[in-house]
Design a protein around this ligand. Sequence first.
Ligand code: FES
Length: 574
Amino acid sequence: MGTPGSALRSQDWFGGTGRDAFIHRSWMKRGLPDDVFDGAKPVIGICNSASELTPCNAHLGQLAEHVKRGVWEAGGVPLEFPVMSLGETLIRPTAMLLRNLMAMSVEESIRGNPLDGVVLLSGCDKTTAAMLLGAASVDLPTIVVTGGPMLSGRYRGRPVGSGTDVWRYSEEVRGGRMSLTDFLSAESCMTRSNGHCNTMGTASTLACIVEALGLSLPEGGAIPAADTRRNRLAHLSGRRIVPMVAEDLRFSRVVTRASMTNAIVTNAAIGGSTNAVVHLLALAGRLGLDVTLDDFDVHGRGVPLLVNLMPSGEHLMEDFYYAGGLPVVLREIRHLLAADATTVGGIPLVDTCTDAQCHDRRVIATFDQPLVADAGIAVLRGNLAPDGAVIKPSAASPHLLHHTGRAVVFSSIEDFKARIDDPDIDIDADSVMVLQGCGPRGYPGMPEVGNMPLPAKLLARGVTDVVRVSDARMSGTAYGTVVLHVAPESHAGGPLAFVCDGDTISLDVPNGSLTVHLDDGELRRRSLGWRPPEPAYDRGYYRLYVDTVNQANLGADLEFLRGASGHDVARGSH
Ligand code: FES
């Protein structure tokens, strides 16, 4: 397929003179010239997650038109198709539950159709993740065009970061430092234009990671959605995917272990979301790459924070683009990047950034004078997280990174919500808040509730951070000393299930440990008689998910989706 001189995959549908070829061509022509499906022109799928229920992706149809121009111009045939879409803010119980379902939608839509290459259009957290997973398991030549971040909003003269300022304002309201009227008037200022969240949340993180993996053209991560240069990027991506088919530059030739390590290093340097960890681990599982949680420690530890964006810093994605965007960061960390990782452009990633120039050092720092010396996502292990947990030190309070405190345990998110603002709750600033039942199986879907809001009584005393531990995830726009992704999760019988109020927990980020001060015998005694909670779902996708999802340290993918099925389909439909 796709090698110079060989038949295009799409010719399995469109080639020949038989009845099936007649059917395939006839239904598709609709005014197109006869030679469109003659085998000389690669058919390029434009996989579009646009939906009005996913507002960060709602504009992708416009970008698709620019991709099409590029594809036609380069001698290909563009065909746009929709896939399932997941709006992070709306969908219940959590978009993460459905990421794998959307990935199946992407995978089967690509494989089942006469496509020679694919352009993926996405933008919200899970739409980008699911696109990557699904496309990886088909392994056609693939290029990604993310939708771009929103323009920076402002409220009373100050920048408003999507997500980050929602968390901040709501804590200020609960702490009595912001009026409800002011809170509600900020609501309309946050979303200024089309595009995805404009902080370095998960959507921006994944957009940058797509660029660092080599799956987009340079600058693909940061150009604002409203900037016409994103249209140009889409046009050029359409132009580029056509020769990628002839070069047989498949997904798996771009995304290798080397590019994965580049993504891990980049994620540290940009202060990227902890969610990148689960998505990259799941992607590695699809591609059969030997990438584990430990790689985040090995390759991310010691990498400095260079990007001054919320939630770790002050600025927003629009500022990041004007400062030079990801190519500037890549140039600063070039000596840490794998030289052999290639890109969809056909040149090594390290060669894409040699001319990058920084236009604002307030936004992108130099490697020698970083914002934080060691910013990589830290991996924690210990008897509370035998298979690992993660924390984002750059978003945490430095004085809590080495901390011992008394556990205050919430058995579920409902328990947490019911008791957190109880004036009699026995908690102080040194406590460690523990949340159970929010892992992949437990919730189900591993929601972004790990950054538990602080108790009102502590907020009223001016406390701004407390150590929090859970098997949940955290929004990439959130912040705090928050330990996440504890594995195994409590619903899988992990030690987290057996922590009780009053137990002592130690967090030691510099040494990578998370410990509950209980000996093995006591943990074993508490586990006696423990039974996995009865599944709350007995049918449909929820049932499939709960029965087959793996743990966070493997990416929370459905176990049977690990690996790839390639692009062959043995049988036709007629
Ligand atoms: Fe879609 Fe943030 S909610 S990008």
